[in-house]
Design a protein around this ligand. Structure first.
Ligand code: KIV
Ligand code: ZN
Length: 385
């Protein structure tokens, strides 16, 4: 089974979520949980961006022992120096340096030619290698960049010492077919590509970040980047928990897996949601409150007979204690009987029929029936007997 490196950027790209601002203690708490989750690389922040971020990255690098800690820098010596000062105390100091490579970004943002970008990228990787044992280089907006320019550029930055080449879909624009083509093209055309690994980093503007990340893995990416709960700039980043679980559940197809402790997923998701103030939608895959809840009678009956009828992920795989049968107007007799028995009631067939009818009448008026509703309903039944 191919091992996919997990690069978590919850503390850097995730913190770019509008309205999110983590303080020093909160960042450290999240980093410690990411380490427990088994993340290979934690991107702790952007050391040159502020004194606060510098201090947080430094403390995380000095504290975390089981994951490699990295920080972001533009292709600017001063930023690479700041990153080194923040990261040098870590177990495996690693720099993440980037420059934009798409025609739109080069023309309007950088106001640089392809040649200038190439020279700058090579210089910054060479400079970083005078300090850092590990350097990751990213081509910002790679998925809208000219492929042959990328091929020439990647060959040069690998020669300069980059050992991870990240090809972000910065604006969440690409499709699965296109990203597969891009990764395969790079693998087939960059002559020294065996000296580096390819990484995928997808944004979710068209709701395709997870699908695109998995497509890149299919096409040869050995590292995947994303955030917990998919938080991040605009519509967010790829949700790492979804990718890791998809690789586990469909390893027959992907033939690849991460080293994540999947049973730490729910705890990590809860912590990130609490500290960032970003609620997880109920219907979010893997970590949403409804991810293991069943409401319709047909589904409840199936799950009570055999969970695999309607559950492809067991809740305990991701650290959720059990599935939930939600009692509502679509619930059937089977689920209702299980529920009253779990609350300690024993009913004859006749009592059950009466109680079930009373339950259905109530469920027509109320969205979800709670345990308290059942207690009230059962004592009314007893009084009426
Ligand atoms: O989305 C992006 O392009 C980035 C880079 C800085 C790697 O986050
Ligand atoms: Zn990004």
């Amino acid at each position: 089974m191919r091992k996919i490196q997990v690069f978590d950027t919850t503390l850097r790209d995730g913190e770019q979520t509008p309205g999110v601002n983590l303080n020093f203690e909160e960042k450290l708490q999240i980093a410690t949980q990411l380490e427990r989750l088994g993340v290979d690389i934690i991107e702790a922040g952007f050391p040159a961006s502020s004194e606060g971020d510098f201090r947080a990255v430094k403390t995380i690098a000095d504290t975390i022992k089981e994951s490699s800690v990295t920080g972001l820098a533009r292709s600017v010596k001063k930023e690479i120096d700041a990153a080194w000062d923040a990261l040098k105390g870590g177990v495996e100091p690693r720099l993440h340096v980037f420059i934009a490579t798409s025609p739109i970004h080069m023309k309007h943002k950088l106001r640089m030619t392809e040649e200038e970008v190439m020279e700058n990228a090579v210089e910054s990787v060479k400079y970083a290698k005078t300090m850092f044992p590990h350097v990751q280089w990213s081509a910002e907006d790679a998925c809208r960049s000219d492929l042959d320019f990328l091929v020439r550029l990647i060959e040069k930055v690998i020669d300069a010492g980059a050992e991870v080449i990240n090809l972000p879909d910065t604006v969440g624009y690409i499709t699965q077919e296109e990203i597969r083509h891009r990764f395969r093209y790079i693998k087939e055309n960059v002559p020294n590509i065996d000296k580096a690994i390819l990484s995928t980093h997808c944004h979710d503007d068209l709701g395709m970040a997870v699908a695109n990340s998995l497509a890149a893995i299919e096409a040869g990416a050995d590292q995947v980047e994303g955030t917990i709960n998919g938080i991040g700039e605009r519509a967010g980043n790829a949700s790492l928990e979804e990718i890791a679980v998809a690789l586990r559940i469909r390893n027959d197809f992907y033939q690849a897996e991460t080293g994540l402790q999947l049973n730490e997923i729910k705890r990590t998701s809860n912590l990130v949601s609490k500290l960032t103030g970003m609620p997880v939608p109920n219907n979010k895959a893997v970590v949403g409150d409804n991810a293991f809840a069943h409401e319709s009678g047909i589904h409840q009956d199936g799950v009570l007979k055999e969970t695999s009828t309607y559950e492809i992920i067991t809740p305990d795989l991701v650290g959720v204690s059990s599935n939930r049968l939600v009692l509502g107007k679509l619930s059937g007799r089977h689920a209702f009987k299980e529920k009253i028995e779990s609350l300690g009631y024993k009913a004859t067939d006749e009592q059950l029929n009466k109680a079930f009818k009373a339950f259905k009448d109530l469920a027509d008026k109320k969205r979800e029936i709670t345990d308290e509703d059942i207690f009230a309903l059962m004592s009314e039944q007893k009084a009426g007997d």
